[in-house]
Ligand binder design. Structure first.
Ligand SMILES: Nc1ncnc2c1ncn2[C@@H]1O[C@H](COP(=O)(O)OP(=O)(O)OP(=O)(O)O)[C@@H](O)[C@H]1O
Length: 337
């Protein structure tokens, strides 16, 4: 294992001319000396190891694309450094491009009017992939991504799901070590999303690709990424596992208990649910709802151990079934933004 992607003290400022108001505004703007500085990325630091699958999330305009552009060498940082497998992507763009695959969900890198396979021929030529290598890889990718069914179809006639599969295959043609994926499931239906996610998982776990995924789809993140980085106003506001993020935000876990036969809640004579109750240990929980044989409890898992809850509810009656629901990830993310 080693660092595959490194960002160190990364900054990016955009200088945009201040637009003048009033008569001849456009003309005066041309000669203006006034600029407004927009700090899109402010002191970002992270390391992504070989074989990691990391989510990069944040609200619109947070600085995700700007970061990705610096990582791929398209944009030069105002200050700070980027290394892809130890190499600066801006200084050695060609060398680094061979290591990188990039997919923009909103924009295809394929030739719109050409059959899918022709785009691959052009890309293979651009990336200096030999004919035999290309055939071998397309055999593999064709099978994994089910490309054969639309091999001869012009790109503009593909469904969005097919187009996305074709684009991912295109980004893999030169067998890069690192993949940058920007909204690879955007606009897809549930089935197409599932197939793309399945494929990305395979790329990571079986082919060892290092993947950085930008998305607004929280299911993508939850199902694919071990780690997330949250960017907000150009700064990383969180970096770590999804579990830890859950704990940090401290949204309650919902515990659903089904009793066999009668049970007795600690404050069952009071009708004013929810009730805040304290456990013997320092944690607390709330009874949110009790109807029929079912009782819903909310507890913060950071403070309350599952065993304490079990012991407590066991004292109320005979427990037939117990089910814990972790807080919804989407909700957690909203709290971080
Ligand atoms: N070329 C540019 N010139 C001036 N400002 C820019 C430029 N590119 C981006 N910005 C500004 O920098 C900020 C970050 O933009 P960026 O595109 O990185 O956000 P993002 O997180 O990718 O957003 P989204 O989720 O909407 O794609 C925004 O305020 C944007 O307006």
């Amino acid at each position: 294992m080693g660092a595959m992607i490194e960002a160190c003290g990364l900054h990016k400022q955009f200088r945009t001319p201040v637009v003048k108001e009033g008569r001849f505004a456009g003309f005066r703007t041309l000669f203006t000396k006034e600029y407004r500085l927009k700090e899109a990325v402010k002191d970002i630091n992270f390391t992504i190891e070989k074989g990691d699958f990391v989510g990069y999330i944040g609200p619109n305009g947070a600085g995700k694309s700007t970061t990705i552009k610096m990582l791929t060498g398209i944009l030069h940082p105002s200050s700070g450094e980027v290394k892809i497998n130890g190499v600066d992507p801006h200084k050695h763009r060609r060398q680094v491009a061979k290591k990188l695959g990039v997919v923009f969900g909103q924009r295809s890198q394929l030739w719109w009017d050409l059959p899918v396979k022709d785009s691959y021929d052009i890309l293979a030529h651009m990336y200096k992939v030999s004919a035999s290598e290309k055939e071998k890889r397309l055999d593999e990718l064709g099978e994994l991504l089910d490309l054969r069914e639309f091999w001869e179809t012009p790109v503009r006639k593909l469904s969005l799901g097919q187009r996305m599969r074709a684009d991912i295959a295109a980004s893999m043609l030169h067998d890069p070590d690192v993949l940058f994926l920007d909204e690879p499931t955007i606009g897809l239906d549930v089935t197409a999303k599932r197939s793309i996610r399945g494929f990305l998982k395979t790329l990571n776990s079986e082919f060892g690709k290092t993947i950085l995924l930008t998305t607004h789809d929280m299911d993508d993140i939850e199902q694919l990424c071990e780690r997330v980085m949250v960017i907000n106003h150009g700064e990383l506001s969180y970096e770590g596992t999804i579990e830890h993020l859950r704990e940090k935000i401290g949204l309650p876990t919902v515990i659903r208990i089904v009793f066999r036969g009668s049970y007795r809640l600690p404050a069952s004579d009071s009708s004013g649910l929810p009730i805040q109750l304290n456990l013997d240990t320092e944690g607390s929980y709330r009874i949110v709802e009790a109807s029929g044989s079912e009782v819903l409890i909310e507890a913060n898992r950071q403070q309350v151990k599952a065993m304490d809850i079990l012991r407590t509810v066991g004292g109320w009656g005979e427990v037939a079934d117990i089910h814990m629901e972790e807080p919804d990830f989407e909700e957690i993310i909203h709290r971080v933004y």
